[in-house]
Design a protein around this ligand. Structure first.
Ligand code: NCD
Length: 296
């Protein structure tokens, strides 16, 4: 049974096949390859894009979708998550999409091998479908991304988007620079070995082909890092004054904190791919569902 907890669960060949399918589906909607298959969404954390994207992707492929709301499910009555998962699995869905604040939940449930597990966000550890849709967006723009440089800017230490992107984009041959205040930069052990770290945007702006801006993951901070995020924004917001005429691709997984992460003006700029990422996310998730459920 093929699970997707992080992108390192996928071989190079599988990633190549998924990417090719995602581009093909974007070009032309495919037939309902997964008619009569069932997806269960189990989101223990808030989500707008990822949950809707998984649901639309599944429906475009003909799947039935069940959205289980954990706050009204039996985990609230004291049932363990493992038992909830075992009970859902006993009804034989084709996949369970799970988001949870704990880094290990998706991995542990996948190890039970009762249903195919697709990780839609695990703590600050992994968000593989986001990494794959970001990869698609970069390939769509640059063609060959090997040797290109991306700066990840913001709350890297708390971000599963950053950790999955670092693993996947390095694997695909990109250079990665990390930018943020000290409290947001990870210790070296975070990604296995050291990546160049910078405190100021101006120190990287002439070195990069792309910037991935990240939201401060305030809900994950034990105590507030900044009292006022406009101070953070003064230093790290991607603005027209920072970018000027440079040909740099601007990305963000959403939700964007306007004028803290990216300025209103840059969000309107053709260099900014935030909504393209969302569109690509749909086709990428369709491709992931097809490859995991049908082809493996
Ligand atoms: C992110 C998440 O939840 O990990 N959003 C997303 O899935 N697109 C990032 C965030 O919440 O800042």
């Amino acid at each position: 049974m093929q699970h997707l907890v992080d992108t390192n669960d996928l071989s190079d060949k599988q990633i190549e096949a998924i990417l090719a399918d995602a581009f093909a589906f974007k070009h032309k909607n495919p037939p309902p390859f997964l008619e009569n298959k069932i997806m269960v969404n189990l989101f223990f954390e808030d989500s707008t894009r990822t949950r809707t994207s998984f649901e639309i992707a599944a429906k475009r492929l003909g799947m039935g979708v069940i959205n289980l709301n954990p706050s009204s499910s039996s985990t609230n009555k004291g049932e363990t998550l493992e038992d909830t998962f075992a009970n859902i699995s006993a009804m034989d869905p084709d996949c369970v999409v799970i988001r949870h604040k704990d880094n290990n939940v998706a991995r542990n449930l996948s190890a039970m091998n009762l249903s195919r597990v697709l990780n839609a966000g695990a703590g600050n550890y992994a968000h593989p479908t986001q990494a794959l849709l970001d990869y698609m967006t970069l390939v769509e723009h640059f063609g060959d991304i090997r040797g290109k440089t991306i700066a990840i800017v913001g709350d890297i230490i708390s971000s599963r988007v950053a950790s999955s992107a670092i693993r996947l984009l390095r694997r695909m041959g990109m250079n990665i620079l990390l930018v943020g205040p000290k409290a947001f930069l990870p210790p070296i052990s975070f990604v296995g070995d050291a990546l160049p770290q910078y405190k100021k945007l101006e120190d990287v702006i002439d070195k990069v082909d792309a910037i991935m801006s990240l939201r401060a993951q305030i809900e994950r901070h034990e105590k507030p890092v900044f009292k006022d995020y406009s101070h953070y924004g003064h230093k790290y917001c991607i603005t027209q004054e920072v970018l000027k005429g440079r040909n740099i691709l601007i990305m963000h997984p959403g939700p964007v904190m306007r004028n803290i992460d990216i300025s209103d003006e840059v969000l309107q700029d053709s260099r900014c791919k935030v909504l393209t990422q969302v569109t690509n996310g749909l086709y990428m998730r369709m491709a992931i569902l097809k490859n995991l459920i049908l082809d493996s």
